[in-house]
Design a binder for this molecule. Sequence first.
Ligand code: URA
Length: 279
Amino acid sequence: MSEKVRLQKVIAAAGIASRRKAEELIRAGRVRVNGQVVRELGTKVDPEKDVIEVDGVEIRPPQAHEYIILHKPRGVLSTTSDPLHRPTVLDLVQTSRRLFPVGRLDADSEGLILLTDDGTLAERLTHPRYGHEKEYLALVIGVPTSKELKALERGIVLEEGRTQPAQVTVLGRRTPQELLDAGVPALRKESPKGFSWVRVVLKEGKKHQVRRMLKAVGHPVIRLIRVGLGPLRLGRLGPGEWRPLTPKEQRRLLESVGLAREAQKQSRALKAEGRRRKK
Ligand code: URA
């Protein structure tokens, strides 16, 4: 199947010039394909393989970044490689890109991990300045009292200082999936089995933060699941399952960290990729 596209279209898609201006550049002999000046407007090229230069500078078709949401199971590391050859999040997804996880979840923690090759987005999502919300469901021993919840919300003094204000609520005895399905879960005072689910929303990410905060008020964490990251929700994705973000999720995520222009570029690049695939 041919991947060839008209030269002026490729130049325009790279954002160098409008289609008409691209035609002028070609006619003026300022465009080379694989080292040869091309003046023919009808010339077709393969943007993936041919080297196209305008005024001696190589242009590349816009490349869409990849964004994958993964439900990390327990026991899998949120790193790109492990010297001890334990399973990592990258073992769970099939992609030809060099992706990396944004932020970390402990090996014992589960839930939402974002994998991407977009370094700018990763930096913003993890930078404290942007105060991105991370939402967790924690199964804890006992049921935190309202006094303990208030202490958690105001901030707990850990080794490295006081934690920032957080939202903390007790959710009751339903499974995390039932809680997710229920949307906003009902508040329950007691758990007969001696455990309770607690919802924690943080704007920062100190090491083992949720576990340390809850332990500090006398409620060690038995299970920890991240269910939200900024505008993203884990939803019904099961452990080990993954999918690319939808274009809408991508746009909302990029916009949420002030990357609205990149969101537009990403959307153009996705469309260009779609067109290239169709040809
Ligand atoms: N807080 C923790 O304690 N562990 C995690 O994996 C994430 C947040």
